[in-house]
Design a protein around this ligand. Structure first.
Ligand code: DOR
Ligand code: ZN
Length: 353
């Protein structure tokens, strides 16, 4: 842990979250507003119900989010489906998509309509490569044992990279030492997002004591060796690894009946700030959350700045009917917001007067 006195505040370029679930319907507005309080730009995942498949779906979803969070810059995606023709892929690009998402069938939330066979979507990947669209991959083989699914899927990723050498590919929410080694050895066209939960937690936190359903997610949290590999690569400043929270809210009742997902949006920047400061690497936080992702996607860097203050606060037990990551815990860092939004009961300011 840190040998240096911690700073009072970190000032960084306004950050990106390159992997977010905002859902649909009435819940969307609250989740989008939470995202806008923390991030300047987010990449929005398409596994809504119904999914984002067509240019019309994409435009309607973007408008719904923009209405709820007008200042938030949106990077839109669509769900890859076998049989999608090249004209549809081009139309998706023309309507603003930057990436398509590959979900193996049954791998996670709302993926029953995912791909039963990855090869079946090769013509779609070809059209995406032609159009300059990136491919985001939920890299898990659903038929493998639960903790081995990521490693078991890596040969599929390798096959895609070999077959489509100009396609930019993101291995989403990398969770294992094998996944990290694979990304670090692959060509420059492969990157990976890293979530705050896979960076900080292990299977022990999920089920070593009382089962914690709020840490249940796909891919599952792995062991200490896997977490160490993720931490080491992130702290080394590897530009192929950038932040994507996979913040995935589910109402409490759904979590209790087995829904996978961690609602990390409200706490991810505070937890990341603590992680980088505690490892004497505060200077690397900005690259991880504000630069490497944008550079990989070929997006301009955000112009603004945010201040993350060393000021203790207590994470609410519940937000919008969802239990956030680190609920009830006192965190040491907090994103500076509009002061009016900091007066609610959730934001207990622990500074001495
Ligand atoms: O835990 C997860 N939840 N992993 C995913 O890949 C999807 C997400 C969700 O949408 O709930
Ligand atoms: Zn996700």
């Amino acid at each position: 842990m840190s040998r240096l006195a911690p700073p009072e505040a970190l000032v960084i370029r306004a950050p990106d979250d390159m992997h977010v679930h905002l859902r649909e319907g009435a819940a969307l507005a609250g989740y989008a507003a939470d995202a806008a309080r923390q991030f300047a730009r987010i990449l929005v995942m398409p596994n809504t119900h119904p999914p984002v498949w067509s240019p019309g779906d994409l435009a309607a979803y973007r408008e719904g989010i923009a209405a709820a969070a007008p200042g938030l810059d949106l990077v839109m995606t669509f769900k890859v489906r076998a049989g999608m023709d090249a004209a549809t892929v081009r139309a998706l690009r023309d309507s603003g998509a930057r990436a398509g998402k590959l979900y193996p069938q049954g791998a996670t939330t709302n993926s029953g309509d995912g791909l039963a066979s990855v090869d079946a979507a090769y013509p779609v990947f070809e059209a995406m490569e032609e159009c300059g669209l990136a491919l985001c991959i939920h890299g898990e083989e659903p038929s493998a044992p639960a903790l081995e699914r990521e490693e078991a899927f890596l040969p599929e990723v390798e096959g895609i990279l070999r077959r489509f050498p100009r396609l930019k590919v993101v291995l989403e929410h990398v969770s294992s030492a094998a996944g990290i080694a694979f990304v670090r050895e692959a060509s420059g066209n492969l990157a990976a997002t890293v979530t705050v939960h896979h960076l900080l937690y292990t299977t022990e936190d999920l089920l070593g004591g009382k089962l914690d359903v709020h840490l249940f997610c796909r891919p599952l949290l792995k062991g200490a060796r896997d977490r160490a590999a993720i931490q080491e690569a992130v702290l080394a400043g590897d530009r192929r690894l950038f932040f994507g929270s996979d913040s995935a809210p589910h109402p409490l009742a759904d979590k209790q009946s087995g829904a996978a997902g961690v609602y990390s949006m409200p706490v991810s920047l505070p937890l990341l700030a603590a992680f980088f400061v505690d490892h004497d690497a505060a200077g690397r936080l900005e690259d991880f959350v504000s630069r490497f992702g944008a550079e990989f996607y070929g997006l301009p860097l955000n112009e603004g700045r945010v201040r993350i203050l060393r000021r203790a606060w207590r994470v609410p037990d519940e937000l919008h009917g969802v239990v956030p990551l680190a609920a009830g815990r006192e965190l040491q860092w907090r994103v500076e917001e509009d002061p009016a939004s900091l007066t609610g009961p959730h934001y207990v300011d622990r500074r001495e007067p």
